[in-house]
Design a protein around this ligand. Structure first.
Ligand SMILES: Nc1ncnc2c1ncn2[C@@H]1O[C@H](COP(=O)(O)OP(=O)(O)OP(=O)(O)O)[C@@H](O)[C@H]1O
Ligand SMILES: [Mg+2]
Length: 171
């Protein structure tokens, strides 16, 4: 999943908003850590108990990574607004866990990265707990035309379908 995050980082540009979806322990933070490594930003991406948003400044020429864990945000958009994400959004890559229904109003364009644990028949001999299926969905003009569409298409090598998927490897 970290490798996947590094690959994802290659395709991300300043101004991108990425929503990470998936149940508790699906691997959202693990993926975000890979993105942080791929973008070469300062500090490891973690899931801190009290911090909701953390800015990881770039070590090189790339964009900063803004990592948001909205799980504890009850207040929806009002509380989101207090984070001033709209101010940092244009120059940064913004990754949000548990952002559905909370950050959509920030921008019309977003990339959904949906992480699912394998269940039932999909689960491997080891119990399958470590297998993840990742699907991508680009929403808005940014991802449906031009450079964004091209980036999404390149990411789609994770899988043959338009909404890309790929089995993630462990942590
Ligand atoms: N294929 C895999 N991909 C990602 N994580 C995996 C995988 N297999 C096992 N794991 C483990 O699952 C856990 C995922 O935790 P992580 O914090 O990334 O999830 P999360 O989606 O951010 O959870 P939360 O909703 O609590 O924020 C880690 O302990 C990781 O080692
Ligand atoms: Mg997390």
């Amino acid at each position: 999943m970290r490798d996947l995050g590094r690959e994802l980082a290659d395709a991300l540009r300043p101004g991108d908003l990425v929503l990470l979806t998936g149940e508790l322990g699906a691997g959202k933070t693990t993926l975000a850590r890979g993105v942080g490594e791929g973008l070469d930003v300062r500090g490891a991406v973690t899931s801190p108990t009290f911090v909701i948003a953390r800015v990881h400044p770039p070590l090189g020429d790339g964009p900063a990574l803004v990592h948001v864990d909205a799980y504890r945000l009850a207040g929806g958009l009002d509380e989101m607004e207090d984070l001033d994400l709209d101010a940092s959004l244009p120059e940064s890559v913004t990754l949000v866990e548990w952002g559905e229904g909370r950050v959509e109003e920030l921008t019309d364009d977003r990339l959904h990265v949906m992480i699912e644990r394998a269940v039932g028949a999909e689960a491997g001999p080891e119990g399958g707990d470590d297998v993840r299926t990742v699907r991508l969905l680009g929403v808005g003009a940014r991802w449906s035309a031009g450079d964004g569409a091209e980036r999404l298409r390149r990411l789609a090598r994770w899988a043959p379908s338009a909404t890309a998927s790929r089995k993630g490897d462990r942590g």
